[in-house]
Design a protein around this ligand. Structure first.
Ligand code: FAD
Ligand code: SF4
Length: 329
């Protein structure tokens, strides 16, 4: 058993100061980190509990009409907040599609963004080959069981997917992640927050060492009337997405004025389907148009042994999510 130390940070300064020591990690709700520690996947020497820092647990209106979610807001509080439900129903739906009520009561916005992949080889230290867990060791999933794995943006180093439902909605909504660290504050556009694996699959995000997520900012919401989070999974609840779609539309009558489409369960990061979005603008929501637009989202997709079904599934899920966002029954 490894000895670890624990510190409860009273404010951001104390958290950043503690995090400057090697081997230190922040802990939010602990619903992912503690599992990983119990399995020996992650071995921090020190945990800094950030859940008692004032000022990071509120949901506040921004002057531009947007919304700020503090990094410590619990997933259940974010999902059920009146402003989120009314103005960003896509986000509320995505949050409620994740995990269980008990987990959502513990999980924080910041922790959800930072949760690690659910690749079973990453979690099972009995498999020595995992470039994400042990850089340079190989990837057991490439020649192993890879039904849950990526079809887009993967590398020979890692074919894992990002498991967060919330992040798929935030990608579609063009959220901004606000962080603070040893070099001050910065704002990271959501599309740049999570990484593709490339030759550094051990790095999930562009967060720098010692940086703390303080909030997620949502721009003003033009999509409240027409959005849908559709999650396809093996069980109706308590299961990670095989494929998910966050679809947000602005409609002008029956014509799409603007569209945001993001996919989950298909890549190492939430995957924005930019070509599909472009194809939808100016179009009506007839099935042929939607199928043509959905096919653009999986151009260049590469299946592994067990996950070719995701290529067809992603297209059908996009068609259904966009239809439902547009108001179809
Ligand atoms: C059985 C089970 C089923 C689940 N199903 C789903 C699902 O269907 N969909 C889904 O999306 N999720 C699912 N989850 C994952 C769950 O959503 C995450 O565990 C949770 O969101 C993590 O939040 P947390 O606050 O508990 O993070 P923690 O476990 O506390 O931390 C996770 C990581 O985030 C870092 N961190 C935390 N806060 C900050 C911060 N402010 N700044 C910088 N780093 C930070 C920590 O250092 C750690 O590396 C499931 C989890 C379990 C156990
Ligand atoms: S897919 Fe990524 S996380 Fe899974 S075994 Fe390969 S390197 Fe590890």
């Amino acid at each position: 058993m490894d000895a670890i130390s624990y510190q409860r940070a009273a404010d951001i300064g104390a958290a950043l100061s503690a995090a400057s020591q090697p081997g230190t990690m922040f802990i939010g709700g602990g619903t992912n980190l503690l599992d990983l520690m119990k399995g020996g996947v992650m071995r921090p020497m020190k945990l800094v509990d950030i859940t008692h820092i004032d000022g990071l647990n509120g949901i506040t209106a921004l002057p531009d009409g947007g919304l700020r979610l503090g990094a410590l807001v619990r997933n259940s509080d974010a999902a059920n907040h009146a402003w989120v439900r009314e103005r960003y129903p896509l986000l509320s739906q995505a949050l409620l599609a994740g995990a269980s009520a008990q987990l959502r009561n513990m999980a924080t916005v910041g922790g959800n963004l930072m949760q690690r992949t659910r690749c079973s080889y990453f979690y099972d230290t009995g498999f020595p080959q995992c470039n994400k867990r042990t850089p340079g060791s190989g990837c057991a999933a490439i020649d192993g069981h890879n039904r849950m794995h990526a079809i887009l943006g993967a590398s020979r180093q890692c074919i894992a997917t990002n498991p967060s439902d919330m992040s798929v909605a935030l990608a579609a909504l063009d959220a901004v992640v606000r962080v603070t660290g040893p070099n001050g504050e910065r704002a990271i556009p959501f599309a740049e927050f999570h990484r593709l694996p490339g030759d550094r699959p051990d790095l999930d995000t562009t967060l720098q060492a010692g940086e703390l997520i303080t909030s997620v900012d949502l721009p003003p919401p033009p999509f409240a009337e027409h959005s849908k989070y559709l999650k396809v999974r093996d069980r109706a609840s308590y299961a990670f997405a095989l494929v998910s779609v966050a679809a947000a539309l602005q409609m002008d009558g029956n014509t799409v004025k603007s569209a945001r489409i993001a996919l989950g369960g298909v890549a190492h990061k939430p995957w924005r389907a930019n070509a599909t979005e472009r194809a939808l603008v100016g179009a009506s929501l007839d099935k042929t148009t939607l199928q043509t637009a959905a096919a653009l989202a999986v151009q260049g997709a590469q299946a592994q042994r067990d996950n070719a079904f995701k290529i067809a599934l992603a297209q059908r899920a996009i068609v259904r999510a966009v239809q439902q966002a547009g108001g179809a029954a």
